[in-house]
Design a protein around this ligand. Sequence first.
Ligand SMILES: Cc1cc2nc3c(=O)[nH]c(=O)nc-3n(C[C@H](O)[C@H](O)[C@H](O)COP(=O)(O)OP(=O)(O)OC[C@H]3O[C@@H](n4cnc5c(N)ncnc54)[C@H](O)[C@@H]3O)c2cc1C
Length: 387
Amino acid sequence: MYDAVVVGGGIVGSSVGYHLARAGVETLLVDRRDAGRATTAGAGIVSPGTSSRTADDDWFAFATDAVDYYPELVDRLAAAGVDDTSYGRVGLIAAAIDDDELAPYEEATARIEARRERLPAIGTIDPSVATDRVPALAEPQRAFSVPDAARVNGQVFASALREAGRTHGLETVEGDVTGVRTEGGRGTRSGGELGEARVTGVETADGDRIDADRVVIAGGAWSPAFGEDLGVSIPVEPKRGQIVHLDLLDADTGSWPVLKGFRHHYIVPWPDGRLVAGATREAGSGFDPRVTAGGLREVLEEALRLAPGLVDATVIEHRVGLRPACVDGVPVLGAIPDVEGAYLATGHGATGLTLGPYSGKLVADHVTEETPIPDSVSVARFEDEPR
Ligand SMILES: Cc1cc2nc3c(=O)[nH]c(=O)nc-3n(C[C@H](O)[C@H](O)[C@H](O)COP(=O)(O)OP(=O)(O)OC[C@H]3O[C@@H](n4cnc5c(N)ncnc54)[C@H](O)[C@@H]3O)c2cc1C
């Protein structure tokens, strides 16, 4: 018997699990480790100021709160003895190289001006400053710098959250949750009467029943599978992203900033020559975590356009992730109506490494103290939708 079961061990579920355990909730995290887990493939850019979202200020406000929370969380993990989180503020350079990028560049700088109050540090830079910092970069026509942008390795951060969670009693297990058990109301698997249902636990593919009063579904793109059990439609679907890891031997890439072009592609540098170039954005991909010829070509072509100096880099790895894309592009967090003890934490789409640790905290606070979830990311915004 647990107080809570968290389904999913990506960055979101790991954060929920950590925060619940830290609050003294006896928690079991069950993770199936699917091929296509988004957290494993994620590039790791943490920079809401350069998001291409337009006039979406609810998302922006949530995202800036989320990035503000990162340093505090990193300190807490360190206090729990977990120092390797991979998080680092390395800055970002956004560079418009070809003519077709000039219009999106102007739109981006206009968005930054409109949000200037929360983005005080972003400023235009001379193109030569950009190429001085990153010799592999093509000569840009225009560039700006985001000094407080950060990078995070999703896999390392999620693992750090689980490790710190274990110091507070979090239990973690590999497994496949096949259903949420409820009693009473419309949430029952056998189709009960309309009314309040209550979570009693989960079932696993091994035939185990795990008793718990609360279940948090943080299953990324796979979360909608629980909609039938819980009597709701979960408006999330997979959006595939393919990404390539390169090795530029002997380059001091640890000191490079993140590089962004204006065709939605980017390069995230890591120490020891590793550079992560991404990514495709494939709506309608379904659950198909394959690396494709077209995907690789797109990513490599864009990486070399942005940074021709990488032409001799070694291709060391490709990864594929299924981003959990919510229908309105914003996470879906909080209590599921009419099913006591059931919660959702998913729908983070292309920005889950930025938002996920904070979302996990909010959902854990919501579970333990009924702290309200901001309206813009709350499950409640779908309450009037047909089930
Ligand atoms: C190529 C790519 C690049 C990206 N780059 C960035 C970036 O630069 N910045 C950024 O902020 N975000 C980025 N993202 C987005 C980010 O990676 C995702 O939004 C985030 O990782 C989603 O985390 P999650 O925990 O919700 O889902 P996931 O990481 O997919 O984890 C879900 C987990 O739940 C498990 N699960 C599902 N169903 C069950 C079940 N029934 N039983 C047990 N376990 C189950 C799965 O096996 C999986 O391990 C990128 C994503 C991709 C694919």
